[in-house]
Design a protein around this ligand. Structure first.
Ligand code: 8YV
Length: 327
């Protein structure tokens, strides 16, 4: 008999088709968001789950799921999964690294440029019928070319963002848990490793691409925002919670930094309503990886991990390698 799995959210129909060749699939094309108790009920008797970052897998949930063997997540970030608890319950977990690096880096630049050059603010003004005449100081923004880019979190996506800055003749400074090797630094537009404080003080544009964890919670709060230049922009592509949104709203309102571009928020899809009253912030609904090709690649990657794991093979993107080989 085929193993039973749950697909927690709506997904490309061809992925469901592929999964159906290997598993008895309970899908959710209506895209209902399951509460934790609903998820526990749905996962009874299921050996696998294909999930997105919107479901939380913690110890409390896992101990109610004796049949579960594999959590295949369709995202690179996996702060919604307690990997240590998974290992304790002998549940494998996987994510979808690499397939989204370039698409996410492209979007980082789109958000950075829209923020620095005030594109959405200007468009709202135009759409509101306010464009009556040209003015010398209309929507003056900050230059990208020749400026200093600061990347916090210099993983694969951070490096892809830094590489793109070569075309803008920018300098790159970065901060990361560990320093890259010299070859990686050279490829990332000769990125220079600096302390977080130096980065915040010297960068004209700060981009956040670090994973969320208890240690990275509020990496950017009131103190960090106060170190930034008043002309600087801040872009968060990583996860809500890395920035203290209340502190950011205060800084944007007081113009102690010039502008922010945010693709992620604390408590998303709810977000702090005060962002809506600010003109110097560009807001997007967590779409950095949302190109047609990349979302398909992410779904394919998550499916491949699930098929491998429940077929007795090592999943290519196993997050808890201590569970392999199986005892
Ligand atoms: C996903 C992301 O779209 O991969 C990630 O970590 O943040 C996005 O690419 C989102 O998390 C869906 O699961």
């Amino acid at each position: 008999m085929k193993p039973a799995i749950l697909v927690t959210r709506a997904v490309f129909p061809e992925i469901l088709q592929l999964l159906s060749q290997h598993f008895q699939v309970e899908s959710n094309q209506e895209d209902v968001i399951f509460s934790p108790p609903e998820l526990v009920t749905k996962l009874q008797g299921k050996q696998g789950v294909f999930t997105t970052a919107s479901a939380r897998f913690n110890a409390e949930l896992l101990q109610q799921l004796p049949d579960l063997k594999m959590i295949a997540q369709m995202a690179v970030g996996y702060d919604n999964i307690d990997v240590a608890a998974c290992s304790a319950h002998r549940v494998m977990a996987s994510n979808t690294p690499d397939v989204l690096n370039e698409t996410t880096a492209d979007f980082g630049w789109a958000l950075l440029m829209a923020t620095a050059r005030r594109i959405t603010e200007a468009e709202h003004w135009l759409r509101a019928g306010q464009w009556k005449k040209w003015s010398y100081n209309g929507f003056l923004g900050a230059d990208l070319h020749g400026s200093t880019l600061g990347v916090i979190g210099m993983g694969r996506i951070g490096q892809a963002i830094a590489r793109r800055s070569m075309g803008f003749d920018m300098k790159v400074v970065y901060h990361n848990r560990s320093r890259l090797d010299p070859e990686q630094e050279a490829r990332a537009n000769k990125a220079r490793y600096v302390s977080k404080d130096e980065l915040l003080r010297t960068a004209d544009h700060v981009v956040l691409v670090l994973p969320y964890s208890a240690a990275s919670h509020h990496t950017i709060g009131a103190d960090e925002l106060a170190m930034m230049k008043p002309t600087a922009t801040l872009v968060n592509l990583a996860r809500g919670g890395i920035v203290d949104d209340v502190a950011l709203i205060a800084a944007l309102r007081a113009k102690t930094i010039a502008a922010a571009g945010l693709d992620v928020f604390e408590n998303e899809p709810k977000f702090h309503p005060d962002f809506l009253s600010l003109e110097n912030v560009v807001l997007t609904p967590h779409i950095a990886s949302a190109s047609e090709a990349t979302r398909r690649a992410m779904a394919g990657c998550a499916a491949a991990n699930l098929i491998a794991a429940l077929g007795g093979e090592r999943p290519p993107n196993l997050l808890n390698p201590e569970l392999w080989p199986k005892s």
